[in-house]
Design a protein around this ligand. Structure first.
Ligand code: 13P
Ligand code: ZN
Length: 285
């Protein structure tokens, strides 16, 4: 089917207290692994691309790959801009057919963040595309390791309420203890803060930095309104580990069509395992 908006799938997840996995479409092999995992479990899925991924492949190639994959499957697939860093890129994504947008103004002062997000909401809503935005600092190094590691600054729940009301966003990404990349020590999630934010904003909440979060904490977060869960590092690590191993064990392997098979399979298995955890609470509803 054609790409779907993330709004319906996330609102259903929010209502029935389960979550949708959002996974990185770094390239064709990843996209294929993610879609086949979701197909096997018959669940909707979000493929997301950061500005760096868009730069790597080119927006039209990338969007076309995901659109074609979506058209060839029965499961709903949404194409999302992850950590969008400019109004210009948002417009490029809308023109390329993205069905979900995140604008990340979290480095800006509150009023500047609100102004940017409002502008993005206006253009996206005009074409029925939902918007996610972040307040506070989720921290860590996101996608590109050249980007300096940022510290976590937890989201203030009063400001979260004001931010969501003034911007009109559809999904909210707060900082409540997760961080991007590999955790150096066990992450401590602030569930009372998440609960407070969730009760104030009353829209689906997004967890960033979900690689390395325990299954128990993932499921607990869902009970507080987390409806979209972003994974990247776990998939990248599995892909690299498996590819390295395959090439080491098969030094004569030079076939570009065969060398990624085991790496792709390992990503597919990880995506399936994550989706099962996120759907875990749905079965109990
Ligand atoms: P991880 O790389 O820590 O899983 O974070 C993914 C993410 O938040 C993408 O936006
Ligand atoms: Zn993120």
């Amino acid at each position: 089917m054609p790409l779907v908006s993330s709004k319906e799938i996330l609102e259903d997840a929010y209502k029935y207290r389960y979550a949708i996995g959002a996974f990185p479409g770094h390239h064709y092999e990843m996209i294929r692994a993610i879609i086949s995992a979701a197909e096997e479990l018959d669940t909707p899925v979000i493929i997301q691309t950061t500005p760096d991924t868009i730069l790597y492949t080119g927006i039209h190639h990338l969007a076309q790959m995901v659109k074609t994959a979506a058209e060839n499957t029965k499961i709903p697939v949404s194409l999302h801009l992850d950590h969008g860093d400019s109004f210009h890129l948002v417009n490029q994504c809308l023109r390329a057919g993205y069905s979900s947008i995140m604008i990340d103004g979290s480095k800006l002062e509150l009023e500047d963040n609100i102004l940017l997000v409002k502008k993005v909401v206006e253009v996206c809503h005009a074409v029925d595309v939902p918007v996610e935005a972040e307040l506070g600092t989720i921290g860590g190094a996101e996608d590109n390791s050249n980007v300096r590691n940022r510290e976590i600054f937890l989201t203030n729940p009063h400001l979260a309420e004001k931010f969501v009301n003034r911007t009109g966003i559809d999904f909210f990404a707060p900082a409540f203890g997760t961080a991007h990349g590999k955790y150096k020590s066990e992450p401590k999630l602030d569930f009372p803060l998440l609960d407070d934010i969730s009760n104030r904003v009353n829209i689906p909440i997004v967890m960033h930095g979900a690689s390395g979060i325990s299954d128990k904490d993932l499921q607990k977060s869902i009970q507080y309104g987390i409806s979209k869960v972003n994974f990247s590092t776990d998939l990248k690590s599995a892909f690299a580990l498996e590819l390295r191993q395959h090439l080491n064990e098969n030094p004569s392997q030079e076939n570009p069509r065969k060398m990624f098979i085991t790496a792709r399979e390992s990503v597919k298995e990880i995506v399936k395992a994550k989706i099962k955890v996120l759907q875990g609470s749905k079965a109990a509803v």
